[in-house]
Design a protein around this ligand. Structure first.
Ligand SMILES: [Zn+2]
Length: 493
């Protein structure tokens, strides 16, 4: 299969859908789901046969090289386990009722998705391949904009369906997007405030509308569990990382616990005496209260994801305003989580890095990540040229009397990494002109507040801390929430 290598971006447009159209869409999404599950099942079956074959075990023991690769290729062919074979399988399935609802292009793309899922498992990128449940299949897409699902004259056309897109041409993002060539279209089904809405995503050739002009300069970046430091030659910033997200996380945990309690109360027959779930196929009863909680949880998670995305977007723009070439240590998110627990996951540092990469590349810059093992920036001291481990609790680099916030210092060092190694002469040279600026960033950051709150928390009893937690979760005023959340965050640092 030839894959186009040109850049692409997505323009999302809400769809105007009347009741009959909505019913048709639901039927087609359901057909798409069943098709996907059928192909996935078949792909898994063929893969299993392949792996159980003698030839596979022979091929596996071969030394790496051309011969081994071609042996595997041959195996895939023999066991009809190639993307192309699954396309053919999809065509067969379309002879059933599914063919009335899913065109051949969309069916092929569905096969590609199922194949990719199984392949991901083989490559170790996924632990399990899951069949899609009733409400888990929420997108269908075409292959090109000429047949199947396509966009034409501000409408999505799919078989006999023609759906109007809601288009705000005064929005420069939309206006820019509509001028580009459409590679293919995707339809998305989303639950918003308990109602299903449909959206069209146009996958377009080129780069998205550039709202900001980012200067061609370098930025050193250090992502900590709760702080983020970004330093260019002319500006140094230290800030808390997505602080306003904290509150929803507590709410999510509360709802998850509630959901678990309700599930247990509704289905005592599915649990062992020790509270674990019985093995095998269990039938689950969902009470209305359970469904209500589940919808609440979904809604809050969706809102949190949207909130995080917008916080990430703002943060990324602030970083890119300093420069479009970003240098940072490649983070091991696993060790991150080991050291800092769950406080990291929901802030999604990996997502921020990916967003920065995309935005930097779109702006003609780059995201440069280098391995920590080479650079060990958090241990280095440029004044003596030595490496010293500091405990995570030590937030200030004090060696040789430097006295500088450690994340700011790491970001400063990251700025001078060249070809995966620290360029020591330029660190020394830059230090002379940047020292004052770096110190100011350290002071204006939240770290001084952290110290203050730490002292407080030492003095106050744990009771008053619990009172504060209760107060925070009870508060409804949004602005106050943010303030209280920040305090909470500082407590938990
Ligand atoms: Zn030193």
């Amino acid at each position: 299969m030839s894959k186009s290598k040109t850049l692409s971006f997505i323009l999302e447009l809400p769809l105007k859908v009347n009741a009959p159209q909505e019913a048709t869409l639901h039927t087609r999404f359901e057909a798409g789901r069943q098709l996907y599950n059928a192909i996935l099942g078949e792909a898994k079956r063929r893969q299993k046969l392949l792996r159980e074959s003698k030839a596979f075990h022979v091929a596996r023991k071969m030394p790496k090289g051309k011969q081994r690769t071609s042996a595997f290729k041959k195996l895939n062919e023999c066991f009809i386990f190639r993307e192309y074979d699954l396309h053919k399988y999809a065509t067969e399935i379309r002879r059933s009722w599914i063919g009335k609802h899913i065109d051949s292009n969309t069916a092929q793309k569905t096969a590609t998705r199922a194949f990719a899922a199984v392949e991901k498992l083989r490559r170790g990128g996924a632990k399990k391949v899951r069949f899609k449940g009733k409400n888990q299949f929420d997108s269908v897409e075409g292959k090109t904009n000429t047949t199947g699902i396509r966009f034409k004259n501000n409408q999505i056309l799919w078989g006999k369906l023609s759906l109007d897109c809601m288009i705000d041409e005064s929005d420069p993002v939309v206006a820019h997007g509509l001028k580009q060539r459409v590679k293919f279209c995707r339809l998305i089904k989303r639950k918003l405030n308990g109602r299903i809405r449909f959206f069209a995503q146009l996958i377009l050739e080129g780069i998205p509308y550039q709202k900001h002009q980012f200067p061609p300069a370098e930025v050193g970046l250090d992502i900590g569990p709760s702080t983020i430091a970004h330093v260019s030659f002319t500006d140094a910033q230290l800030e808390t990382f997505c602080a306003p997200l904290e509150n929803k996380q507590k709410e999510i945990r509360r709802l998850q616990r509630k959901l678990d309690r309700q599930r247990r109360a509704n289905n005592p027959q599915n649990y062992n005496a020790d509270g674990t779930i019985k093995k095998g196929r269990n039938i689950w009863h969902d009470s209305n209260q359970y469904i209500k909680t589940k919808n609440q949880l979904n809604e809050i998670q969706r809102k949190q994801a949207a909130h995080r995305k917008s916080l990430h977007g703002n943060l990324a723009n602030r970083i890119l305003k300093q420069g479009n070439v970003i240098k940072t240590e490649k983070l091991s998110y696993k060790s991150f989580q080991r050291n800092w627990g769950k406080s990291v996951g929901f802030r999604a540092p990996a997502m921020l890095v990916e967003m920065l990469r995309r935005k930097a590349e779109n702006a003609g810059g780059a995201m440069i990540e280098f391995p920590t093992t080479n650079t060990k920036l958090s241990q280095y001291c440029h004044a003596c040229g030595e490496y010293h481990k500091k405990p995570l609790s030590q937030r200030v680099h004090t060696h040789c009397g430097l006295n500088i916030q450690r994340d700011v210092y790491s970001a400063f060092l990251a700025l001078s990494v060249k070809d995966n190694a620290l360029d020591v002469p330029s660190v020394n040279e830059r230090w002379l002109s940047m020292e004052t600026m770096l110190r100011t960033a350290s002071l204006s950051g939240k770290e001084s507040q952290v110290a203050k709150v730490r002292q407080l928390s030492n003095r106050e009893s744990s009771d008053s801390f619990k009172r504060l937690v209760r107060k925070v979760s009870a508060k409804s005023d949004k602005a106050q929430d943010v303030v209280a959340e920040k305090q909470l965050l500082l407590f938990t640092l």
